[in-house]
Structures are given as structure tokens and as C-alpha cells.
Design a protein around this ligand. Sequence first.
Ligand SMILES: [Zn+2]
Length: 172
Amino acid sequence: MSLIACPECNKQISDTVNVCPNCGFQLTQDKITEIKVKDKKKRTRYRIGCLSTIVIFIFICSFIYKEENTADYFNEPLSMITIKGTWGYKENNVFHKFNFTSSGAYSYSASSDMGQLTYNGKYYFTDSNNIKIYLNSGKSLTAKVGLSKDKEILYYMDEVMSTSKSMKRINE
Ligand SMILES: [Zn+2]
């Protein structure tokens, strides 16, 4: 037994009765089946509606979050003084570490169980959010850098490799 809505008075009634106990509406078996099919469709539509609302909501939220986050990083102008220090991130069991000095030199190291790779070079700000990094090979690349509001995270976007990383400040 399940409950259906009476087509006349809309009250919830049993699907086993022939007459609505509330309003006296005559129910045939065909009518009950029809109501059940309609109810099922309505429920499915409702579920799909709920689900898509949630999906859209999450999508919009993540979009807003991303927008705010990126804007936050690049709001404030940076300088060699503000990014001076050691920053790092871990990826695939490799620990990447950057140390920027206020005189335009940097050192980079990547360490894992396999060993350590380091190189030193020069960098300078082309404007308040972009730095040019000179590599050992003589090549250079530009990277977009920004700090998060709490000044704990350095956002780094390599425009050549089109990758982005968040690095945490490491106190040494
Ligand atoms: Zn009724």
C-alpha cells in the first residue's frame, strides 16, 4: 500500500480504497494507476530539478571562489622586498623551494628521495606582478606572482608552461 493524492480534494489517501474517505470521490483502478504514474514523473522532475540546482549552485560558487581568490592574489603590488624569503610547495613527492633575495638573486631547489637539484639565478620585476627569471641555460621566463591577503601564500603562474602553483612561506 502506498499513499496517493486524491484528484478531487488533494488529501493523501491509500491507493487501495475505491472511494476517497475525505470527499467521497470515486476511484477506479485505472485512475489510481494514472495518479501513480503522474506522481512518479513529478517526483523524478523534482529530483532532477533539485540536483541541477545544486550542481549549478556549486558551479557558480567555485567560479566566484576562483575569481575572488585570483583577484585577491594580484591586488597588491609586489616588490623584491615583499617576496624576499623562502617559499615552497610539494608535488609528486618532490619538494620545490624558492629563495628570493632582495638584491634580485634567487635559488631554486627540487628535492626528493632521488636526490636534489639546485640552481641559482637572477630575477627582476617587470612590473608589480610579473617577474622575469633567468635560468642557468641563459634562457629566461616570465612568471606572474601575487601574494594572498594573509601574506602566507605566494601565487606563482608560469606563463610559458601555463601552470600555476601556490607556495607557502617557509620560516628558516
Ligand atoms: Zn478526496
